[in-house]
Design a protein around this ligand. Structure first.
Ligand code: SF4
Ligand code: FES
Length: 277
């Protein structure tokens, strides 16, 4: 936990003294909730001396250090890599998933994006599929259920083949890589008025289905993952908020591809089953 990390208790981080940029005086309005079944509420914190060079999570570290030294309960929030890879830093900032900067995860958002004297409202993801664990931390394991339903290849890949043995058009390889950039953060769900997980599921389906290695299980995969998604999340009605909120700027075009494959799967899988009862 950041509070017990000596690196993060260094004076520079607490006071901003070693930062050369301006410092800011903020009001932080944070959702506090002791547990899944507790009633939540917003709490206001006066936060002076925040360097514009800090990341948003470093700012929360500072607040937590101050809370801990005052004998108060620190704010629980999820984080791990702090470099835009793991997808755990799931915060709604001023009503926007991951905050005001497009294509940026909360951990890579800097305080210079805010103004001195601002009030910043910080909430957890709000979606039925993401129950609150405590304060700003939610349970996003429903996304794991979708990946478990088909986000894998079951054939043994064997040893690495020669580079050009399985030719893949560059445009297809690029699209697969774009889809694979999904970090499973759940911002798309949090931003969607229907709490739909279609952008996430479409990205996970596409990054395998586009490649020759994923082709044999293409229709089983899409049917299984979409059916699992529908158990936990709402339906997509093309608002497009997911694409806006996505820190990896994943295109909603993948949703169209997924829908097309899902429709085909309903026919193809039945044909397969009729031949193989
Ligand atoms: S599609 Fe984008 S917003 Fe949704 S989980 Fe993946 S990275 Fe996050
Ligand atoms: S902490 Fe890993 S993506 Fe933000």
């Amino acid at each position: 936990m950041a509070v017990t990390d000596p690196e993060r208790q260094a004076p520079s981080l607490v006071t901003g003294e070693k930062h050369h940029g301006r410092t800011m005086h903020l009001t932080l309005r944070v959702w506090r909730q002791a547990g899944p079944d507790s009633e939540g509420r917003f709490a206001d914190y006066d936060v002076p001396g925040i360097s514009e060079d800090m990341s948003f999570l470093e700012m929360l570290d500072v607040v937590n250090e101050r809370l801990a030294s005052d004998g108060e309960e620190p704010i629980t929030f999820d984080h791990d890599c702090r470099e835009g890879i793991c997808g755990t830093c799931s915060l709604m900032i001023n009503g926007r998933a991951h905050g005001p900067e497009r294509g940026t995860a909360t951990c890579q958002l800097h305080m210079r994006k805010f103004g001195d004297g601002d009030t910043i409202v910080v909430e957890p993801w709000r979606a039925e599929g993401f129950p609150i664990i405590r304060d700003l931390m939610v349970d996003r394991s429903t996304l794991d259920r979708i990946v478990e339903a088909g986000g894998f290849i079951t054939v043994s890949p064997g040893s690495a083949p020669d580079a050009n043995l399985v030719p893949v058009p560059k445009v297809v390889a690029d699209a697969s890589m774009d889809a694979a950039a999904c970090i499973q953060c759940g911002a798309c769900v949090a931003a969607c008025p229907n709490s739909a997980a279609n952008l996430f599921t479409a990205a996970k389906v596409a990054h395998l289905n586009l490649l020759p290695q994923g082709e044999p299980q293409r229709y089983q995969r899409v049917e299984s993952m979409v059916d699992t998604m529908e158990q936990f999340f709402g339906s997509c009605t093309n608002h497009g908020e997911c694409e806006e909120a996505c820190p990896k700027e994943i295109s909603i075009d993948f949703i169209a591809t997924m829908n097309k494959d899902y429709l085909r799967a309903k026919i193809k899988n039945r044909r397969y089953l009729s031949r193989n009862p």
